[in-house]
Design a protein around this ligand. Structure first.
Ligand SMILES: C[S@@+](CC[C@H](N)C(=O)[O-])C[C@H]1O[C@@H](n2cnc3c(N)ncnc32)[C@H](O)[C@@H]1O
Length: 192
């Protein structure tokens, strides 16, 4: 498939799955190319080849493709996605990455033991802002549990406020904003 065909397939798959589970997907369409590139740049700011990178809530893979475009090696990239049809699409359309179907709340049980506490960054596009606060916290704690010391979580959201602003004892900073995106998109970084 060429770029345009991939975009069309992504949009169509996303819309069909959104009709089935709108809250799980959060938005009506996949992340824009511009926002995905911004998020990927932030996520890979300290990446060196050989460092495991994990994306949770990979959806149709648009952010996954941006991570590859920005230089992550496919064999370093593991993506976790709840929706089985999206997992099939990811496996068939993005060669070389590791695709895991499962709930990122159980991230440490989904990843192979060699990755635990070795992950350099977890990238998240899960729509945290539509989830109850304890569930948001569980997802982020699960991501922290697989990170190596000082590593970060990079999260994409469509609200200028952090979806974790109630959680005072982690470091949170907004590292990028795409105000002219539709809807405006923001990239947050979380660290312990
Ligand atoms: C905003 S959407 C997709 C983002 C993706 N970057 C894209 O634009 O195609 C969020 C994705 O997170 C997935 N998701 C939601 N909760 C999840 C969970 N607990 N574990 C894994 N994936 C989850 C949804 O199925 C959905 O595909």
């Amino acid at each position: 498939m060429n770029e345009a065909q991939i975009r069309r397939a992504e949009n169509w798959l996303f819309f069909r799955r959104w009709l089935k589970s709108p809250r799980q997907l959060g938005t009506l369409a996949p992340i824009s190319i511009k926002l995905s590139m911004l998020a990927a740049k932030e996520a890979l700011s300290q990446y060196t080849p050989g460092t495991p990178v994990v994306e949770i809530g990979a959806g149709t893979g648009r952010l996954t493709r941006a991570l590859l475009h920005k230089g992550v090696q496919a064999q370093d990239l593991t993506v976790v996605e709840l929706d089985s049809e999206m997992c099939d699409f990811l496996r068939n359309s993005i060669p070389g990455i590791h695709v895991i179907e499962g709930d990122a709340t159980h991230l440490s049980e989904l990843l192979t033991p060699e990755l635990l506490q070795k992950v350099g960054v977890v990238v998240s596009a899960i729509p945290l802002m539509y989830l109850k606060e304890p569930l948001r916290q569980s997802l982020i704690m699960a991501a922290f549990s697989v990170l190596r010391p000082q590593a970060k979580i990079v999260h994409v959201t469509y609200n200028p406020k952090s979806p974790l602003n109630f959680w005072k004892n982690i470091k949170q900073s907004r590292v990028a904003a795409a105000w002219f995106n539709f809807p405006p998109g923001f990239v947050w970084q979380f660290q312990v």
